[in-house]
Design a protein around this ligand. Sequence first.
Ligand SMILES: *Cc1c(COP(=O)(O)O)cnc(C)c1O
Length: 427
Amino acid sequence: MKKQGIETIALHGGYQAKNGEPRQLPIYQSTTYKYDTSADMGKLFDLESDGYMYSRLANPTCDLVAKKIAAMEGGTAAMLTSSGQAANFFSVFNIAGCGDHIVSSATIYGGTFNLFSVTMARMGIEFTFVDPDCSDEELEAAFRPNTKAVFGETIANPALTVFDIERFAKAAHAHGVPLIVDNTFATPVGCRPFEWGADIVTHSTTKYMEGHASTIGGCIVDSGSFDWTKYPEKYPGLCTPDESYHGVTYTERFGLGGAFITKCVAQLMRDFGSTPSPQSAYLLHIGLESLPVRWERHCSNAQKMAEFLENHEKVTWVNFPGLPSNKYYDLAQKYLPKGSCGVISFGVKGGRAAAEAFMAHLTLASIETHVADSHTCCLHPASSTHRQMTDAQLESAGVPADLIRLSVGLENIDDLIADVENALAQI
Ligand SMILES: *Cc1c(COP(=O)(O)O)cnc(C)c1O
């Protein structure tokens, strides 16, 4: 059968209604599941049969949404988490522990950087952060004998660097470790990292996937292509018996396609409980159905906005990978042929004061820390999230005082440009 397009999978992947069943995904609002005999339930606890026992671990509504995302990414298995933070934490902690090491791109989401460099460092996991544009020698030098994975973001939030997935996948595989890619800003509509060699994909579904600023959530997808059994000494958690599950060996019982996600649910979800609610999964599911259409509009609106800004006399610089003048234009053409998301950053003449004046005169774009939402939103870090920093500190953190981040939504583009043009005129 011909492979279905992403628009079709977004609507029909995962839940498929049988004769007389609800058209829309049912919300299974239940903590627990009833069984006829203790023996039936016992088989579930030994992971010997499929089914549900307690919604902290798994719930049918959440699983069906994960199944849709797995199909959209072209993966073999997936799980939802209560946030993108939980997804990134689990994706690494599932295969690394105290005494292990991870190579990560340095341009990643601030929350992930903090998770890695502070909180997971306290757990005894060391991270080496590399410039995504580093030389081959620098990348090579980052690996250690105890390295367990490589991590990067397809389009980094907020730096908007484009990650050379193919290059980093080759380097990871040469060292016998998987590549984990946070695909939040690109979504599977913009880029499917597995097609470029990535092994695990994570998402903050809070952004474009849910898309309407209603629901925090995350997801982990496995490609099923990384062969853990080649490195049993490196990945004992996947390749040797788990005493907390009656000696099951995940790679033997669930194969390469299922081992990573099954272990992640059975151990990490059981112990940390970062469980999404079925209501949240349902809202995400509604968002996913229209993601391909929304994604196209976010990209085309942002492209027009970026071109408008680049030609405006009061704008000093524009960072958007879809502009031919951008450093990442060629990588964006390769990995993001449908467009390079809806987020733009730019600077205005006159620095901090001018940026504050610009923000004050917006009427349509709302001031929020959020991004990747159907409503256009705008942030001036120097006067909000980063206000405790001096201009010099901001400059060295890569967030200059004049930087404005604009997340272009789905409004009429002429209305949006008129709003920005008016605010620029007020500076
Ligand atoms: C927002 C974001 C996260 C964190 O996700 P939450 O859903 O807020 O926990 C992780 N990675 C990227 C790229 C993000 O944009």
